[in-house]
Write a protein that binds this ligand. Structure first.
Ligand code: GLN
Length: 450
């Protein structure tokens, strides 16, 4: 049924880069066989899922939205994929994304943009626009995204879906093609809060294959989603993420959601996080710096594309020609920014300074969480913008992540919850941020609002 739905709508939406019809059929048969043998599988057994193409799946083409990986088939499964399989979740295919997860609109994909199912002329967010659009357009009930600066939550907000960025270290990064290793985190993309919690429980938890994985049980996310109870909870509205620069009906929907939480018994206060406004510039030094190091592995020798290997050129020339042809403009821009920021003589002024700002933002969170249980803000300053509108203006594109980036820099948990639509019927998201390993709190708030 889901492949039928994909056949019907995905030529317009373009959420998928690759459909693994044979593999999915085999997985579904395996689930049947396990059930027939009397094995007790979890509640998501047999449920189909759309997987962001930045996560490796054995023998299934994986591109991370880049030409440089065209034709590459990973030799192993990511831990996330292994856990999906164990739970009996069936992976339908790989979804479109901005190249190496760098972008906020999916327009930086080397394979063409994804369209927002609510308005095909608009972006579905990014970088994980494919997974969110697939879930929003009912092509898959579950999706997996990755969030380095907002790439699960921002697409969630603009497609009217739930997007959860777990605590950094809460879900294994083993088999996630690295963009910015200190920020990258995989998480659920779903239509409702309980589905997200059930999926979170499947993919979360310690993994010895990831040295940054937290050795602790998954927070009680399913229990919190079922409780849907905010009575007595203290909720902080981030003062710095309101006012000028925010689309008025985005602010209105957020205010209404906050009023509803008060009505449901939460105590709402305004909280100031003075350094949050510096998160964007700090992120756009830290993330490119880490990416310039991570992407060095794409040297034309080990993966996918190889250009100019005609027996007359040196290895360096082949590497250079391959990178010139294989990386898109945004990826090249980030590599150049990162290489510059890390170079001797500039390191302290740029990368070092950004790390200090990162610490100040973490302290803002710590101070705030002494007063409140969660912080809320709009997920994005505006609803979905038009395809083409910001693609040539990196600063405008980066602005889409204004509110989501602080939680990546601190490593806490954060979710985008759908809270209605704007005057064009475009979805609006409320962001709920929690301390590290308090992932259950956003579920509690999200479920209460649902
Ligand atoms: N849009 C942000 C960027 O371009 C965040 C991307 C992400 O979370 N992967 O870096």
């Amino acid at each position: 049924a889901h492949y039928d739905r994909i056949a019907k709508v995905d030529d317009k939406v373009h959420a998928f880069l690759h459909l693994d019809t044979e593999g999915a059929r085999k997985q579904a048969d395996e689930v049947d066989a396990r059930i027939a043998k009397g094995e007790k599988l979890g509640p998501l057994a047999g449920v189909p899922l759309a997987l962001k193409d930045v996560i490796v799946q054995k023998n299934v083409p994986t591109t991370a939205g880049s030409k440089i990986l065209e034709g590459w088939r990973p030799p192993y499964d990511a831990t996330v994929v292994k856990r999906l399989r164990e739970a009996g979740i069936v992976i339908l295919g790989k979804t479109n994304m901005d190249e190496f997860a760098m972008g906020s609109s999916t327009e930086h994909s080397a394979y063409g943009p994804t369209h927002n199912p609510w308005d095909l002329e608009r972006i579905p967010g990014g970088s994980g626009g494919g997974s969110s659009a697939a879930v929003a357009a009912r092509m898959a009930p579950l999706g997996i995204g990755t969030d380095t600066g907002g790439s699960i939550r921002q697409p969630g907000a603009v497609t009217g879906t739930v997007g959860m960025k777990p605590t950094y270290g809460g879900v294994s990064r083993h088999g996630l093609i690295a963009f910015s290793s200190s920020l990258d985190q995989a998480g659920p993309v779903t239509r409702n809060i309980l589905d997200a919690a059930l999926l979170h429980e499947v993919i979360g938890g310690h993994d010895p294959m990831d040295s940054t994985s937290i050795d602790a049980p998954v927070p009680p996310v399913v229990e919190a989603a079922r409780a849907a109870d905010v009575s007595g909870m203290r909720i902080g509205v981030v003062r710095e993420f309101a006012g000028d620069g925010y689309q008025p009906d985005v602010s209105a929907r957020v205010d209404e959601a906050v009023a509803l939480l008060t009505k449901l018994g939460a105590e709402v206060v305004e909280v100031s996080c003075p350094h949050f406004v510096h998160a964007l510039p700090a992120y756009y030094l830290i993330a490119p710096s880490e990416c310039s190091s991570n992407l060095a592995r794409f040297d034309a020798m080990r993966y996918g594309l190889r250009v100019g290997d005609d027996g007359t050129k040196s290895a360096e020339e082949v590497t250079s020609l391959t990178r010139a042809a294989g990386f898109g403009a945004e990826v090249k821009r980030r590599i150049m920014i990162g290489t510059y920021a890390l170079s001797s003589g500039y390191y302290d002024a740029y990368y070092g300074q950004a790390q200090k700002v990162r610490t100040l933002i973490t302290r803002d969170f710590e101070a705030a969480f002494e007063q409140v249980d969660v912080l809320v803000s709009p997920t994005t300053p505006t609803t979905a913008f038009k395809i083409g509108e910001r693609v040539d203006d990196p600063m405008q594109m980066y602005f889409a992540d204004l509110c989501t980036i602080p939680s990546n820099l601190s490593g806490g948990a954060a979710m985008s919850v759908p809270v209605g639509v704007d005057s064009n019927n475009l979805p609006v998201g409320l962001q709920v941020m929690a301390p590290a390993m308090a992932d259950d709190r956003p579920y509690r708030v999200g479920a209460a609002l649902e």
